[in-house]
Design a protein around this ligand. Structure first.
Ligand SMILES: C[S@@+](CC[C@H](N)C(=O)[O-])C[C@H]1O[C@@H](n2cnc3c(N)ncnc32)[C@H](O)[C@@H]1O
Length: 646
């Protein structure tokens, strides 16, 4: 008692104890710096430039080729597109992507929905299907589970909260004054994220806590009430001027029974006319249903046979996004999802005529979203509805350089050490040769620099060094390989007798929560042009198509039985590994890959064409370069260039 008195003797009204002045706030390690100041968000001193790697406007290009140069393309573009805004799909860490977007989109995004990882400590898988057998075939033969993304933060709640705080702050800066944000949480993180949101947006900007009650299997053994809902919390940027459209529920079937249908199928009912007496006819489509409140129990999760299902394990139903997008945005508004997964938000935004930005760091997520959005474009176009084009971006070597500066403190050696560690290779300590950095199962390993493209010349020098050191096998690990190197390496293999493996350094090694990742071998692709000549009066017209000739998929390294079976299948039927392929008939260096034609497998339609059916007509005679891009079932690209003369 006397102790307490002594300790507190200096505190009082003139000198209040800090605890007496505390306000309610969530504090996590790292929120404040050593001086008690709020820690600023760590960002590059100038934003990293977004690299446009693909442009996708498929129906337009099909039409262009079909109609040839006589066609009034301008008119067609106007009719097919809502406007000339190009939607953005960005592959990379959303913190760097948002920092890059701020230049152009600060205060310009009208609605953000995010469904971030919940720090559940698990991997989320995606079903990968091979070939065209579909689901009829035995699972082990045609379907594999692959890790789509890793929700293992592994660094504790403090670091998870800091990661989310930084990102939510950037989202606030991107939101327009009419804008609002919806954050999808579950029981694990809802209490924490709500407080972080209070911090970033301020309490008075809170809009709703929505309970999305979905169907869930009730396990008898559970010693607590089974979990049956997620929580979605929403905030607005400005207390007064945010967009809001009241939503109504669809009428229940029991209610419909009380209505009759006219010859056009329209529901009606004769009712007492309250103003003039007698009866009047009222139509159901003019009667509003019940107002949607904050408990949403009318939206089931994506079911196993739903058309919209993409096999991405945390995919959210389109109906959920439809309600959010309709309530909090208008046609033409810009909607963003910075953890877009399988692309549910972009897909629904596109269908509802909103502009969109989607970001994800996962290879699968980008691949699934790309396919899904192309399908939406095709469907809208087939229904004579306007759509918007979209482009795929990444941050390329800039993202890697930032990682090297930030986390590896600029050291090339540290980069090499980490790559070798992930590759499970032993670093070479003795200086056998400056280009030989490690060994693995008797093979020498070369690690390319973080910002270079591994070239034929470098391969030759590394191979000579490996040969001189007595190696039989050389593994070259690089972020990028010179085009066609997987093909050209055969010359060096023949000259030196070495087995050469070219493997991509996976971008996942930059993720702070990773301890393992797969290195995919660079695939090999061969394609050939096919020219059809047609005489029209005195003129001769040439139409070009492209046929796939040979493909060796980019397999990862996993020495188990499943992988052995895959390797065999890759030799017997390599085209089964192709999930998507596209052709740019007007390829030039240093421009994004333009999708003039593409075909892909879907869950329902597993077939894949191996020859284009576009009949591309060039406006100018002479030589043209064609780029062919294949994306395999693991989401890895392989490209090749071919030349055609018309
Ligand atoms: C729960 S899933 C989203 C699912 C999505 N709502 C759908 O309907 O498919 C979360 C996604 O966040 C992505 N992600 C996690 N951390 C990220 C980061 N720092 N930057 C960008 N994407 C990230 C993961 O790759 C994953 O695809």
């Amino acid at each position: 008692m006397s102790n307490r008195k002594n300790n507190s003797s200096n505190w009082g009204p003139e000198n209040p104890h800090p605890l007496s002045r505390l306000k309610t706030e969530l504090v996590w390690e790292g929120k404040y710096d050593e001086y008690g100041n709020r820690r600023p968000i760590k960002l590059p001193s100038s934003p990293l430039p977004l690299q446009r790697i693909e442009t996708i406007d498929e129906p337009r290009d099909r039409e262009k080729a079909k109609q040839g140069s006589m066609f009034n393309l301008e008119g067609f573009i106007k009719k097919a597109h809502r406007d000339d805004f190009r939607n953005l799909l960005i592959w990379g860490d959303n913190k760097l992507a948002m920092a890059a977007l701020l230049e152009q989109f600060r205060g310009k995004i009208d609605l953000i929905y995010i469904d971030p990882p919940f720090d559940v400590g698990a991997d989320f898988t995606m079903q990968v299907q091979l070939g065209d057998e579909g689901e009829a075939l035995q699972k082990e033969q045609s379907i594999m589970e692959a890790v789509a993304y890793r929700d293992t933060w592994g660094k504790g709640t403090d670091s998870y909260l800091h990661m989310m705080y930084e990102r939510l702050t950037l989202m606030r800066d991107l939101l327009s004054n009419r804008g609002s944000i919806y954050v999808h949480c579950d029981w694990r993180v809802n209490s924490l994220l709500r407080l972080v949101l209070d911090d970033v947006f301020e309490k008075n900007l809170f809009l709703n806590e929505i309970i999305w009650a979905y169907f869930a299997f009730k396990r008898k053994t559970a010693r607590k009430f089974p979990q049956k809902h997620d929580t979605i919390v929403s905030y607005r940027k400005d207390p007064d001027s945010f967009t809001w459209n009241t939503q109504y529920k669809a009428h229940k079937p029991e209610y419909l029974k009380r209505w009759k249908q006219d010859e056009k199928g329209r529901y009606y009912r004769d009712d007492v006319n309250p103003t003039k007496g007698g009866t009047r006819t009222i139509y159901l489509d003019e009667v509003e249903g019940d107002i949607v409140d904050s408990v949403w129990d009318d939206i089931p999760p994506v079911n196993p046979v739903a058309d919209e299902r993409t096999d991405f394990s945390t995919q959210k139903p389109e109906a959920l996004l439809e309600r959010i997008i309709k309530a909090s945005s208008d046609e033409g508004d810009l909607v963003a999802d910075f953890f877009c997964g399988s692309g549910t938000t972009p897909a629904v935004a596109e269908k509802l005529g909103r502009r969109w930005i989607g970001v994800d760091l996962g290879r699968f997520a980008i691949h699934v979203t790309r396919k899904r959005l192309i399908q939406v474009q095709r469907d809208l176009h087939a229904e004579s509805q306007p759509y918007r084009s979209f482009d795929v971006y990444n941050l390329g070597r800039y993202e890697r350089q930032w990682w090297q500066m930030e986390r590896l403190k600029g050291a090339d050696e540290e980069h090499r050490r980490i790559v070798l560690q992930f590759y499970k290779a032993a670093p070479l300590t003795s200086s056998t040769h400056s280009l030989l950095h490690g060994t693995k199962h008797g093979a020498y390993v070369h690690v390319d620099k973080i910002d270079s493209i591994f070239s034929f010349d470098e391969l030759r020098v590394a191979s000579e060094a490996a040969k001189a050191a007595g190696a039989r096998e050389l593994h070259c690990l690089a972020w990028e390989f010179e085009m066609e190197l997987a093909h050209k390496k055969q010359t060096i293999e023949a000259e030196t007798g070495l087995i050469i493996r070219l493997k991509y350094i996976p971008r996942e090694i930059m993720e702070p929560n990773r301890t393992e990742c797969q290195f995919f071998e660079a695939g090999y692709l061969e394609a050939k042009p096919e020219i059809k000549t047609l005489k029209e009066g005195k003129a001769t017209k040439k139409f070009v198509d492209v046929a796939l000739v040979r493909f060796t998929p980019a397999l990862a390294e996993a020495p188990d039985a499943e992988m052995d079976a895959l390797r065999k299948r890759a030799v017997i039927s390599p085209f089964d590994f192709i999930d998507f392929w596209g052709v740019d008939f007007e390829w030039r260096d240093n421009k994004p890959f333009e999708h003039h034609w593409q075909d892909f497998r879907t869950r329902k339609d597993r077939s894949l064409k191996t020859k284009t059916d576009i009949g591309w007509e060039y406006e100018e005679k002479g030589k043209h370069q064609i780029c062919v891009k294949v994306i395999d079932v693991f989401g890895v690209d392989t490209t090749t260039l071919i030349e055609v003369e018309v």
